[in-house]
Ligand binder design. Structure first.
Ligand SMILES: Nc1ncnc2c1ncn2[C@@H]1O[C@H](COP(=O)(O)OP(=O)(O)O)[C@@H](O)[C@H]1O
Ligand SMILES: [Mg+2]
Length: 503
């Protein structure tokens, strides 16, 4: 069956398992992921038609696995029996196999329009697999799986016996698994057969958020479901932050354990969602949010969305923020600046604080409370310079009013008048230099708006010889403007702390 090309440009409402009316919206594709979906679908359909296939979809936390899996699910289910399992939401049940099998059966039942009844045998076999210790736990597990007590005979001595005998009996457990595999196979056949040509093989079982689960649960989930992995015509896709999962495995089996080979045994292949350009992501996010920034009183002045893109990209790249954190910082920044009224806000410093607050709360506290020294020579305290140097230096293009802010001529005490050789234009500046200058001017709000010696030297030197400015020198040109912005740290602190409630 040919799969229509994926058109993911528009936002859609998530309508899969766990969806609530008016709930989650999946943004339009900003990462060119449709290409991946098309490739993976074609590949897995070819692989999975005859045999079973287990794919590990890998990407770091916040890089877009859940978005991808959900969006993909919504397309796949039109052509293939498809099951979506959020392992994390199901973490409660304490029994991975119950979670997976009950989700598979429930969702395949939906796919067949509820036309296939639960066969009698399956209930007792499922019960046989539960690793619960007693009737009460068993009952609550059944409830949580969304079934009725009446689906199962769990009353009286029989149930106790069932629990006791089946849980401890390995042979029985093995047979139960074989039986359930057959059942799943038959359910898939039912879904394809009853669909009157709409659905085809293979079935897709997409399992997300394993890396959000408790380590023991995640490992147990993997080890349990590997028993049902080998059903012909069924493709399993497990989305994980594979490096995180390897840590989890080492928590269980010890530091020296070769978690990579261990994981390798579960999967036929690993597919890594390509790393993304944060700039592109931010660019599209800003377009999507249709932000009106004409009246925002900020520096650098937001003349168009590119100014915001430059500032946000520089800061989020500086901290190597994940996509999720980047989007969070963007939303929080927007919420706070559209509400802000007061003197011109230092946007770069504000975005920096939002990101720092996400990245390292202790450092954030020291900065907003003004307790972090600007220099690095304090015997005990970390200095702001050292903090900045822990992360990646960034340069970006920024409009500086080098002429308007300083005037056409600059008067030097006892040294005559020099023409200001600089103009108002875009300069390539250093994030680090701007942040250090901003923080300094905030720690000393009493400073008058004098020129720094560096700035004066630059004017003098540059008026005698015209050459290209270095990034550091260009950044110095912003000092005058920086000193004229809102300089009370508490203003910034309040803005950040109001907006962090926005999750
Ligand atoms: N292709 C995409 N287009 C637009 N936004 C995306 C895309 N992929 C992810 N996002 C957004 O990035 C953030 C993190 O994505 P998510 O899927 O939750 O990451 P993960 O599951 O890998 O931790 C979410 O806010 C999500 O909406
Ligand atoms: Mg996720």
């Amino acid at each position: 069956m040919a799969v229509a090309p994926f058109k993911w440009d528009d936002a859609v409402q998530w309508d899969g398992p766990g969806a609530i009316a008016g709930g989650e919206e999946l943004a339009g594709d900003r990462l060119d992921r449709a290409r991946y979906a098309e490739f993976l679908t074609n590949y897995l359909v070819a692989e999975g038609k005859q045999r079973n296939y287990v794919l590990n979809l890998n990407a770091e936390w916040g890089a877009g696995k859940t978005w991808f899996i959900k969006r993909w699910y919504m397309e796949l289910k039109a052509d293939y029996p498809t099951v979506y399992i959020d392992a994390w939401q199901q973490d409660f049940s304490d029994d991975p196999l119950l979670t997976v099998i009950s989700s598979i059966i429930d969702q395949l039942r939906d796919a067949t329009g509820n036309k296939v009844a639960i066969p009698d045998g399956i209930k007792s076999k499922l019960l046989g697999l539960l690793k619960v210790g007693g009737k009460l736990v068993l009952k609550s597990a059944i409830k949580k799986a969304g079934w009725e007590d009446s689906d199962f005979s769990v009353e009286g001595e029989d149930a106790d016996k069932l629990v006791d005998t089946l849980c401890s009996n390995h042979k029985e457990r093995y047979e139960s698994i074989q039986f359930l595999k057959q059942e799943i196979r038959q359910w898939v056949e039912g879904a394809v057969g009853l669909s009157e040509g709409e659905l085809d093989y293979p079935a897709f079982i997409l399992i997300d958020e394993l890396d959000r689960c408790r380590p023991s649960y995640a490992v147990e989930m993997l080890e349990t479901i590997k028993h049902i992995f080998d059903i012909p015509g069924v493709v399993f896709v497990l989305a994980t932050d594979t490096e995180q999962l390897q840590h989890a495995i080492k928590v269980i089996y010890g530091d020296g354990f070769d978690a990579e080979s261990y994981l390798g045994r579960f999967f036929h292949r690993r597919f890594t969602l390509g790393s993304i350009s944060r700039r592109e992501f931010i660019q599209q996010a800003i377009v999507d949010k249709k932000l009106h920034f004409e009246h925002i009183n900020a520096w650098p002045k937001i003349t168009d969305s590119q100014v915001l893109v430059n500032v946000l990209t520089a800061v989020c790249d500086h901290f190597s923020l994940s996509l999720r954190r980047t989007e969070q910082v963007l939303d929080r920044m927007i919420a706070s600046i559209v509400n802000y009224q007061g003197c011109t806000i230092n946007l770069i410093f504000l975005v920096y604080l939002f990101s720092l607050c996400e990245k390292n709360n202790e450092d954030y506290r020291a900065v907003v409370d003004g307790k972090m020294p600007t220099t690095d020579n304090h015997p005990k305290l970390k200095g702001f310079n050292a903090l900045i140097n822990e992360y990646v230096e960034q340069n970006f293009s920024c409009f500086i009013k080098a002429e308007s802010s300083m005037g056409t001529h600059i008067e030097f005490m006892g040294d005559g008048k020099y023409r200001n050789p600089f103009e108002d234009k875009e300069y390539n500046v250093s994030l680090k230099e701007l942040l250090v200058a901003s923080y300094k001017s905030m720690l000393n709000p009493a400073l008058d708006y004098s020129y720094s010696n560096r700035l004066l030297d630059l004017v003098k030197e540059y008026s005698s010889q015209c050459r290209k400015l270095t990034v550091k020198e260009s950044s110095t040109l912003a000092e005058k403007e920086l000193s004229q912005l809102e300089r009370r740290l508490t203003t910034y602190k309040n803005l950040v702390e109001l907006a962090v409630h926005l999750d």
